[in-house]
Design a protein around this ligand. Structure first.
Ligand code: KG4
Ligand code: ZN
Length: 335
């Protein structure tokens, strides 16, 4: 089955074709980051308009790349939520329009299930069951995964998501949006040990997270440095490092706990923050200590993309799931 995947939930237009026998045939992405950067974050209306401009040309591009015609598509999967409603509508209406015209099945999938399945695009995919750490701009969750659709939420953030915390810290440090990669880059020149930030909610049992306190801690530290006339480039780098270490440490502590609690030996991480090199290194190290395996997608498939939606949708479509044609789904909040 050859499935066209469409992702338009936020600020990336992602399109891909996934073949359930041969794997990924083509994948294309247009990132709107530069357009939103001057506003310091995603402007929903601009996002929707840009998806309408980019989507059809990108679909043509992946068809060309896969050396296929539209008529050779067997099904379409699109992100139905959660996300920005206007942006979601662009993908949903395009998917349903094409499905009706081509008379093929169409299915709306959950964006986070896409992230969760992204490591399966790699050469050595994880087998079920596993623990998944989903860390993106909107979510921080630990999930026990028995199979696709069989999820038990082990813990999640009670306030900001990890990626959101990175983005906010970046703003305070005067870095551009999206902040995660920029904070990580700045942290490379930081002095370890100059500042130590708290590891929120690690001193009590449970697998929930809280990152909003770290944001306040960052702001207070920067203000104190500024008042003392010590807020230079080195101090900023030192703060970036202390912040990154605190987030990574917190995530690692909870992952360790989740593996111990469930007795599982496989840990999958996905979502934008899973691109973080320090997090990958630390989790790899922890997993090794307890002879567990860590899986994550290549960098390009950590952040939003069409390939993960094509893959997650293809597996459900193969099992016979589909939307009623014309009943397009755009679900901004979808637990
Ligand atoms: O999964 P994603 O592309 O979009 C959402 O579904 O939210 O994740 C984007 C988030 C942003 O908050 C971004 O700052 C963060 O992932 N991010 C990173 C890194 N790369 C992206 N955070 C930390 N370190 C990185 N290297
Ligand atoms: Zn995402």
């Amino acid at each position: 089955m050859r499935v066209l995947g469409i992702e338009t939930s936020c600020d990336e237009t992602g399109v891909a074709i996934y073949d359930t026998d041969r794997g990924l045939l083509a994948d294309a992405l247009f990132s709107q980051i530069a357009m939103h950067a001057e506003y310091g974050g995603v402007v929903p209306e601009l996002a929707s308009r840009d998806h309408t401009r980019r989507l059809l040309p990108l679909i043509q591009q992946v068809l060309d790349e896969a050396d296929m015609t539209r008529g050779e598509l067997d099904a379409i999967a699109y992100t139905a939520g959660p996300g920005l409603v206007g942006a979601l509508m662009v993908g949903a209406s395009t998917a349903h329009g094409m499905a009706r015209a081509l008379d093929i099945p169409v299915l709306g999938v959950h964006h986070m299930e896409g992230h969760l399945m992204a490591p399966m695009l790699e050469a050595a995919p994880p087998a079920f069951p596993f623990v998944a750490l989903l860390v993106s701009g909107g979510h921080t969750q630990l999930v026990e995964v028995q199979g696709q659709g069989q999820y038990r939420l082990l813990g999640e953030s009670v306030d900001d998501a990890a990626g959101e915390a990175f983005d906010k810290a970046a703003k305070m440090l005067g870095l551009a949006y999206p902040g995660g990669p920029q904070v990580a880059r700045l942290a490379e020149t930081g002095n370890p040990g100059r500042f130590r930030f708290p590891r929120p909610m690690t001193d009590r049992p449970g697998l929930d997270f809280s990152f909003s306190g770290l944001k306040t801690h960052t702001l207070t530290t920067l203000r104190q440095l500024d008042a003392a006339g010590e807020l230079d480039d080195q101090a900023r780098a030192d703060v970036a490092l202390a912040f990154e270490e605190a987030v990574v440490d917190t995530l690692v502590i909870k992952c360790r706990r989740a593996l111990d609690d469930t007795g599982l030996k496989r840990l999958v991480m996905a979502g934008g923050v899973s691109a973080n090199a320090r997090l990958r290194e630390r989790l790899g190290h922890e997993a090794e200590k307890r002879s567990a395996q860590v899986y994550y997608p290549r960098g390009r498939f950590c952040t939003d993309n069409g390939a993960m939606i094509a893959l997650a949708g293809a597996r459900r479509l193969l099992a016979g799931e589909r939307d009623e044609i014309g009943l397009m789904k755009a679900v901004p909040r979808w637990p």
